[in-house]
Design a protein around this ligand. Sequence first.
Ligand code: SF4
Length: 352
Amino acid sequence: MQQETVKFTENDLAKYPFLKETAVYMKKLGLDIEELTSPELGQILFRAQDRLEQAILFVSTGQKGRNDIEIPSFPVAIMLAIATKNSFIKKRYALAEAKGAYLDFQAEPAERLMAIAQDFDWNIAVNSESGIPLDYFSVSFSDYLRNVTHLREAKWKLVNRLFTNGRVFLSQHDVARLLQEEVQRRIETRLDAKEVPQFPQPIMDIAEKMTELAKEKIGESEMEGFPKEVSQSAFPPCIEVLYDAASHGRHLGHVGRFTLTSFLVTIGMPPEKVAEVFKTSSDYNARLTRYQVEHIAGSRGSGTRYTPPSCSTLQTHGVCTGSDVLCRRIRHPLRYYLIKHGQTKPESQLQK
Ligand code: SF4
């Protein structure tokens, strides 16, 4: 099928503000960051804040508004997320935008969906002779492979796909799902600013509010109460054993791996540092490990942030090793960590 050139409209950019075309729109708009708090532009800042709030609370981007507010509110929301310097907020926002786009992708006509895919440099074609909705699109093997890395369902395995001459055949629903991965990655890349510019004070004030909101969402017990710096000397014996094994490339069972990861994430170690702990493992896969860590940290999937199991659960699974005198006073490894720092916390705040 000969593809007609699709030109993105303002409606498209309002739905998909992560498209490259948005940069052209923004350039024409000539938005000055210092003017964002003026009454004329205040609505853009307000909607940008709303995007982040909805993402933090509900993994959503909220109610869409007028195009002239909706489109610029996206780069402003990116700026706000960067200003928070908070990895939970950044991951959550990228996920919310990607999930929202996925819903809209499923209702797009084929030509527009292909134009969106081409914005991500996909080699995509319509298989008009197929007549079967399940095989209506075909994409290059590399585009397919790049986007199924984190998808665990059996249907994404290549053996379960029609695959011929280097092309994988997909339904519209499948294309939408793989594009969701692309969108999330593109936004995460934008949020991964190495240097954070000096933002005006009103922007920093909103960023602070967003950080507070994130703290409430994921629970004070998980963002506060723990020392700012991770202190290995306060690790409980079981975690010390797991940490030592992981950092020396020794294999950990599922429970051990989950316990170590959720413990480190909860006490405030950034997900990228947690992933590095597993780096010397013989079956180490950087992307997969990062994905698993982020899943446990709540910045992927359902948004649930996991805490480690209680001591009794760890005893059942044989993960409680080397318990010491302090272990007799606690029922949870996080409690051990807190007490070693001379802090206390009601046992009820910890997940059993
Ligand atoms: S008693 Fe609890 S904290 Fe102590 S080693 Fe066992 S599982 Fe870890």
